[in-house]
Design a binder for this molecule. Structure first.
Ligand SMILES: NC(=O)c1ccc[n+]([C@@H]2O[C@H](COP(=O)([O-])OP(=O)(O)OC[C@H]3O[C@@H](n4cnc5c(N)ncnc54)[C@H](OP(=O)(O)O)[C@@H]3O)[C@@H](O)[C@H]2O)c1
Length: 330
């Protein structure tokens, strides 16, 4: 296997200040310098990819660009000698798909430090059913566990629960024996229960709580993928010594809250930066996901798309309309 001279990619280009994507065939010479060249077989769609593909939130500074923060495939060559040719590997996070050409291209070239061997018990496709979404959910759970939030501590709330990170957080936590409550704007009770939620509440209910600095204690832990006012409500509803893993900002980047949950209840707000997760923890997150596997995911949890179908899925994720995961097959 050698590096092909051309490859297909979803290419994001700037015209008069607007970013537009199209599927293009590109010469391999556009790939950056790096150690490991990978034939990408599968990628997946995350919210951040949609921001990169549409020029939002400064996720990507320079265009033209190939988005795709996730990639699973086979090594074509490794100048560092760390990986054998033909090895199955996964790359998520770091700078992949943000400012380095990413997994929406059939080939990527990255530093060896970004590459993880495909975990045992997972296929390349299964690794992308999880992708950064699953990785982030598992990283959030690991951070809650470090704060001693265990199944016996009490219920754990997941916000944005039908989205990628949210739905996989529900799935993993319920398999680990936690009582999970899913908060969603969508009427998808059946889907969320099939994933493992014990109960489902509406996000509106969380957003319409009183403005009191502390509210009645409801959650031992929480994984928040939404941010903004919703995160403020969650913080005010935490048990004493509860912990909230803060992952996302689909509702906004600002957090307007008060200090009483922290100074009177000892609540911890944990930052989750999955892109830069340290290597030991990175490998552990993959191992834990592989142990749970994909077999118990409900029917229809993910959809397979080609590069040509990706644009419509990008529009849908930007509207908060995705349910579960979108896997890209090259
Ligand atoms: N920190 C990290 O390392 C990390 C890693 C991955 C992702 N993220 C972030 O986590 C967030 C979720 O990512 P994702 O890939 O899971 O995206 P996603 O699949 O689009 O999930 C987001 C979910 O949030 C809910 N939502 C969307 N817009 C909303 C709004 N205006 N108000 C309230 N709820 C809303 C929706 O769920 P319901 O309809 O069920 O409410 C939506 O499905 C994003 O902000 C992403 O950038 C962070």
């Amino acid at each position: 296997m050698s590096v092909p001279s051309k490859f297909k990619a979803l290419f994001a280009e700037e015209t008069n200040g607007n970013i537009q994507v199209s599927v293009k065939e590109l010469p391999a010479s556009v790939l950056p310098d790096g150690d490991v060249t990978i034939q990408v077989e599968f990628s997946s769609l995350n919210y951040k990819d949609a921001l990169s593909a549409t020029g939002r939130n400064n996720v990507t500074r320079n265009y033209p660009h190939i988005p795709g923060i996730d990639a699973a495939g086979i090594t074509l060559e490794d100048k560092s000698g760390t990986f054998k040719q033909g090895q199955k590997v996964v790359v998520t996070g770091h700078d992949l798909g943000t400012n380095t050409f990413g997994g929406f291209g059939e080939i990527i070239r990255v530093p060896k430090e970004w590459v993880v061997e495909l975990p045992e018990n997972l296929t390349l496709k299964e690794s992308m059913i999880f992708g950064t979404a699953g990785f982030t959910a598992m990283y959030g759970i690991e951070r809650l566990k470090r704060e001693l939030i265990m199944p016996e501590s009490g219920p754990v709330l997941i916000t944005g629960a039908t989205g990628g990170v949210g739905s996989l957080a529900v799935y993993f936590l319920s398999r680990m024996g936690y009582d999970v409550v899913a908060a969603s704007r969508k009427k998808e009770v059946e889907f969320l229960k099939a994933l493992g939620s014990k109960d489902v509440i509406s996000s509106e209910e969380l957003l319409s709580v009183s403005e009191a600095p502390l509210l009645s204690r409801k959650w031992a832990g929480a994984i928040d993928t939404v941010g903004g006012e919703l995160l403020d409500s969650v913080l005010r509803q935490m048990y004493s010594k509860g912990a909230v893993a803060c992952c996302g900002n689909v509702l906004g980047m600002k957090l307007d809250t008060n200090v009483l949950p922290f100074i009177l209840r000892g609540v911890s707000l944990l930052g989750i930066d999955s892109a830069f997760c340290e290597r030991d923890q990175r490998e552990k997150n993959w191992k834990l996901m592989a142990e749970i596997g994909v077999n118990d995911l409900p029917e229809g949890f993910y959809k397979m798309v080609s590069l040509n179908e990706l644009s419509a899925e990008i529009d849908l994720i930007l509207k908060g309309g995705q349910k579960g995961r979108v896997v890209v097959e090259h």
